[in-house]
Design a protein around this ligand. Structure first.
Ligand code: SIN
Length: 464
């Protein structure tokens, strides 16, 4: 096991901080402590847990500027987006602080006078979370808040690229009065910590946001101890622009979806399918707007698009563009890089490609970069067929002002999250998650609490 993590600023390649890796014996101890703490935390009444969560959220909000700066330094995302993510992260805690008081059971009318049937909900136990670098705050709180709300204890392993935001969130939870063994952070590399989590019978649930191959491995390794699993995995979102769409509005929403975090989000539009009658005017408007985006260091307030996370991220984007161009796609805008391999920073300028076909890698694999591949369709069923032609099923978008088109897309697209005239559907009160190889389970809303509870059924007999 390596001893340290060198947290680097993706905008400069400079070291932000060296973080110690938690030794395997310490991780095992943290698991034991979390399991022990479950005995008391699960008995704290729901109103008290709710009050502690509210206090945690208040502390996070009061540290917005500090957290946003740390997040930008380690992830590269523009400061304005980091501030937005702090608010988004706190909104999950606020939502689940309320839901803590609404974990209802039920009584079921009995089939005989001598029995009563009662159903209760109980926390699953100790939860281990593995969180991603693209949303280091919100993906942690989206898991921790429902877990703590119902009475589970929680250990998080943040992405090795971005541990600093999470470490601060955990220390704020302790300052808010949540006991140290109830929420813990361990640092290290996924391939070392993942097996410690999955092998331990004390960990009753694994929750993960990240790639589909890693999600599959975690699920496989969780089978031996029959853990609960929630998996929020990769996506390949289609965005359909129908002939009757408001083009100006659709262009705005494409920008919001595609360039958030430099295209490094699981739900961002990965393929844009435009009705052939409006394709020319749509692409002209799109390019004029893309040309206004500022690329630069996220600490600069005027930056719209920051760097991509690392060399591997850059290489994947570059190879998808090269593959598409090699197979006949045309570059309408961009295809420009600003990088220094020695220093270790990679900026990919917003790029628009047209004449993109399904045989190209970019139409099949998640890009995680600021690239818009444009393709056209004639009939709605053709658009749906192209859109559904992916093993992923996380998010899809469609733009139309004709309710018949809208209902057709809503009923035929096989994705867990749909945006109808909406490129930014995420919200703490709504269920986020995917179908097919995009994962299992939902986060956010009342659905987001279910994965942290067990159902217990009591049958009382012998009643006179
Ligand atoms: C993600 O990319 O996984 C999260 C995006 C969101 O919550 O909006």
């Amino acid at each position: 096991m390596r001893d340290t993590i060198n947290v680097k600023n993706p905008a400069t390649g400079e070291t932000v901080k060296e973080v110690s890796v938690t030794s395997s014996s310490h991780i095992k101890k943290a698991i034991e402590q979390g399991n022990e703490a479950f005995k008391t935390w699960s008995k704290v009444n729901a109103h008290q847990r709710s009050a502690l969560l509210k206090e945690w959220s208040a502390k996070i909000k009061s540290e917005t500027e500090y957290l946003a700066e740390v997040m930008t330094l380690e992830s590269g995302k523009p400061l304005k987006e980091s501030r937005g993510e702090v608010a988004y992260a706190a909104s999950y805690i606020d939502w689940y602080a309320e839901e803590a008081k609404r974990v209802y059971g039920r009584t079921i009318p009995s089939h005989t006078e001598s029995k009563r049937i009662i159903v209760t909900k109980e926390p699953v136990g100790l939860v281990a979370a593995i969180t991603p670098w693209n949303f280091p705050a919100a993906m942690m709180t989206r898991k921790a808040a429902p877990a703590l709300a119902v009475g589970c204890t929680f250990i998080v392993k943040p992405a090795e690229e971005t541990p600093l935001t999470t470490m601060k969130l955990v220390s704020l939870a302790h300052e808010a009065g949540i006991p140290e063994d109830v929420v813990q952070c361990v640092n290290g590399y996924g391939e070392d910590i993942g097996p410690i989590f999955t092998d331990s019978p004390l960990v009753r649930k694994i929750t993960f946001t990240g790639s589909t191959p890693v999600g599959k491995l975690l699920m496989k390794n969780s089978a031996a101890t029959m853990k609960h699993v929630s998996m929020e995995l990769g996506g390949h979102a289609p965005l359909i622009v129908a002939k009757d769409a408001d083009i100006d509005f659709a262009v705005n929403q494409v920008l919001a979806s595609k360039f958030r975090n430099a295209g490094q989000t699981c739900i961002c539009a990965n393929r844009v399918l435009v009705h052939e009658d409006i394709a020319k005017v749509f692409s002209e408007q799109l390019i004029s707007r893309v040309a206004q985006l500022n690329v630069g260091n996220g600490l600069d307030e005027s930056t719209d698009v920051g760097p991509v996370i690392n060399a591997a991220g850059y290489e994947k984007i570059d190879s998808q563009i090269e593959d598409a161009v090699g197979k006949g796609a045309r570059v309408l805008y961009g295809h420009q890089y600003d990088k220094d391999e020695e220093k270790g920073y990679y900026f990919v300028h917003p790029t628009v490609l047209e004449n993109v076909g399904e045989e190209m890698d970019i139409m099949q694999e998640e890009t995680f970069g600021p690239v818009i591949p444009l393709s056209t369709f004639r009939e709605n069923d053709q658009a749906v067929e192209i859109a559904n032609n992916t093993p992923f099923g996380l998010a899809a978008y469609f733009f139309t002002n004709d309710y018949r088109n809208g209902i057709y897309f809503q009923e035929h697209l096989k994705f867990g999250i749909l945006g109808w005239n909406d490129g930014a559907p995420s919200a703490a009160h709504a269920p986020f998650g995917g179908m097919k190889e995009s994962g299992i389970g939902r986060e956010g809303g009342p659905e987001g609490i279910e994965p942290y509870v067990e159902t217990k059924y009591l049958s009382i007999g012998g009643i006179q």
